[in-house]
Design a protein around this ligand. Structure first.
Ligand code: C5P
Length: 249
């Protein structure tokens, strides 16, 4: 089954994935309940997946939520391609791999997911590549032996991801303009490291406000602690949605 058109954005809520970075299914359900009426998507990352497992992922997807499975696969091409097929079978709307895993790993994963979708009753998820984590700065990149500036490295990995058939990348909104110029226009940019003007930045280094991220060309925003870390999550989410709506008028 083919997915709905990749860029079918209709509202600010469509653009948001709330990161369910919590240590129990019940805490995750609490956040979903508080935010579900807005129509936002939810991101399940390593912590919750390790705690609650694939059953929780498919439950959330089966309940009609858009699920972004953020497990950042990075292994040999065969292993990642097989894991990608399993992610698709869970019914997720989007999942990701590390572009640093290389072109062959990305290409094989896309091909095997496409084949599985043809064979089985599975809706094809968007498959996106992580470029450089938004918690990295130039010094940290240098520490692991990458001496080119972050922006250049992100564009190099985005170009490779696009050439390997990926649907988009995860990248800081600060790099969105450069990516847009380097790759095809329907390539998705998913940006974490989002912080409303009054929020603390936590361990993120390259942060952007929600409105600035959209203005820079990000299609989707991943937002965790600014929403999940406050008592009144719905009010905070509503503020962010308004900020995006007002800025796109
Ligand atoms: O709490 P915060 O808004 O910083 O959460 C950001 C989320 O996005 C986390 O779940 C983190 O794992 C994820 N992420 C990221 N940088 C990437 C890819 C994913 O921060 N490049």
């Amino acid at each position: 089954m083919t997915p709905s058109p990749i860029k079918s954005i209709i509202s600010a809520a469509d653009r948001i994935f709330i990161a369910l970075d919590v240590d129990s299914e019940s805490d995750a359900h609490g956040i979903v309940e508080e935010c579900r009426s807005f129509g936002v998507g939810f991101k399940i990352g390593l912590q919750l997946f390790t705690n609650a497992g694939p059953r929780f992922v498919s439950q959330l997807a089966d309940a009609g939520h858009r699920v972004f499975l953020d497990l950042k696969f990075h292994d040999i091409p065969n292993t990642v391609a097989k894991a990608s097929v399993e992610a698709a079978r869970l019914g997720v709307w989007m999942f990701n791999l590390h572009a640093l895993g290389g072109g062959e790993m990305m290409k094989r994963s896309v091909d095997e997911v496409n084949e599985a979708v043809e064979r089985e009753t599975v809706v094809r998820p968007r498959i996106i590549a992580v470029t450089i984590l938004t918690s990295f700065d130039g010094v940290m990149l240098n520490e692991i032996g990458v001496t080119v500036p972050i922006g250049e490295q992100v564009i190099k990995l985005s170009t490779l991801a696009a050439a390997s058939g990926m649907d988009g990348v995860v990248a800081s909104a600060r790099e969105a303009r450069g990516i847009r110029q380097a790759v095809r226009s329907d390539f998705l940019i998913v940006s974490p490291g989002i912080r409303p003007a009054n929020a603390t930045i936590d361990d993120q280094k390259r942060v952007t406000t929600p409105a600035d991220a959209i203005a820079a060309g990000a299609d989707y925003l991943v937002i965790g602690r600014p929403i999940t870390g406050v008592a009144d999550k719905a009010t905070e989410l509503e503020k962010i949605l308004k900020e995006i709506d007002n800025s796109s008028r």
